[in-house]
Design a protein around this ligand. Structure first.
Ligand SMILES: [Fe+2]
Length: 401
């Protein structure tokens, strides 16, 4: 990881403060006790963040520093959180642990909800006696459960952040005035997966601070998120990381996970990946989707995938994406494909190659190459603007129906 985490930074600060205290003879003994007490305190270390695939459901994600039994209290008034939801039970057991993903279901369309995450520390877990510790009641937050029949949809896309958490608020600030239905992360938020502090400090917490307590994100994995020793743990921190499809207003959205960019047999993967098969599975889901009623009757069809289905070089992954996805994108008369991966923002017109769909690729991670992709869809028009990190508009596209 390139940057020191907030937690590590805090520890280092506390340690250096203590060292200074010892030298200057300022109550070192009580300070040590106080510090270890602070470090040991049961607390939420990330979130809450919201993630959704709409359809009157939303997931609340948060992480605690110690094992806990957790739930979400929610309702239509901040003074009456009369409903309670838990994480998904498996084999009759409610989940306990530090990573919490709780889905709220059957929400009222368009309603403003209030919610609070609650975690009850598990002090001791004996076979016939479980001892709870502190109960954490987080602050009450709110969100609007998006009415999927709404006429107008607004969202922004961020892509290829590559372990630069400051880019999240910086790019979102470029479209401060707009009320977004969601923020879409189109992969490669990280360089590779190392550990939990990286996921918290470089994604969950910057999102919580910027918007995600109140506005949901939609996320799909990029090729870099399939790398590193912690990549198999990554999905635990999300409600969804791969294929998804949902209707919002006049749009059917389809999200594809495009996997890795090199051959599965490449030495860097050491024989432990299987992305050709995975992409074929994603393509089978896309095939089913384009034959569905929801897809066919939607006024606009938008596909979002990290590796572009064309125009991203001759590596195996991109070429395999062209092979398995492009015929379906053409056959499904997709109105727009949104991608990242190349680190060069670009708008490709339909017909530029064998693609019958327009392809918009967001920029790269470095200052001057970063973009925010703004999309607004009304019943008759889809408009897209590519905004560079200095606020200038560097591209636009629109489709009228
Ligand atoms: Fe990528």
């Amino acid at each position: 990881m390139k940057k020191q985490t907030a937690e590590h930074g805090r520890r280092a600060f506390l340690k250096s403060s203590l060292a200074f205290g010892a030298v200057s003879m300022v109550a070192p003994v009580t300070s040590v006790a106080a510090v270890s007490e602070i470090e040991d305190e049961f607390k939420v270390i990330a979130g809450p963040c919201l993630q959704t695939s709409f359809n009157n459901a939303i997931s609340v994600l948060w992480v605690t520093n110690k094992n806990a039994a957790s739930w979400v209290e929610y309702g239509l008034s901040p003074n009456n959180l009369d409903k309670k939801a838990y994480g998904k039970s498996e084999f009759g057991l409610k989940p306990i642990g530090t990573i919490n993903v709780v889905q709220l279901n059957n929400l009222q369309p368009g309603a403003n909800y209030y919610y609070r995450v609650v975690s009850k520390e598990i002090k001791e877990f004996q076979p016939y006696k479980l001892t709870y510790g502190t109960v954490l009641n987080a602050d009450v937050q709110s969100f609007i459960n998006t009415d999927t029949n709404k006429a107008e949809v607004n969202f922004v896309m961020l892509n290829d952040i590559h372990d630069r958490p400051q880019s999240i608020p910086t790019l979102l600030d470029l479209d401060k005035g707009t009320k977004h239905d969601f923020v879409f992360f189109n992969g490669d938020i990280f360089d590779y997966q190392t550990n939990e502090p990286q996921i918290i400090d470089h994604f969950l917490q910057p999102c919580t601070n910027a918007f995600a307590k109140n506005i949901p994100f939609v996320y799909v994995r990029g090729n870099h998120e399939t790398r590193g020793k912690y990549c198999r743990e990554l999905p635990q921190y999300f409600a969804s990381v791969g294929y998804d499809a949902f209707t919002l207003g006049p749009v059917r959205f389809v999200i594809l996970d495009t996997g890795e960019d090199k051959e599965d047999t490449h030495p860097v993967y050491a024989g432990i990946v299987d992305f050709d098969e995975y992409r074929r599975e994603q393509a089978a889901l896309l095939k089913k989707e384009i034959e569905s009623r929801a897809f066919k009757k939607a006024k606009f069809r938008v596909v979002m995938m990290h590796i572009p289905p064309r125009f991203s070089g001759e590596a195996h992954g991109p070429l395999h994406c062209t092979e398995v996805f492009e015929p379906l994108l053409n056959r499904g008369k997709v109105d727009l494909v949104l991608s990242g991966h190349t680190h060069r923002y670009k708008i490709h017109q339909p017909g530029e190659g064998p693609n019958q769909y327009p392809l918009v690729i967001g920029g790269g991670p470095k200052e001057g190459a970063r973009t925010l992709t703004k999309v607004r869809i009304t019943p008759n028009e889809l408009t897209l603007k590519l905004i560079k990190d200095d606020g200038t508009e560097v591209g636009s596209y629109s489709i009228k129906k």
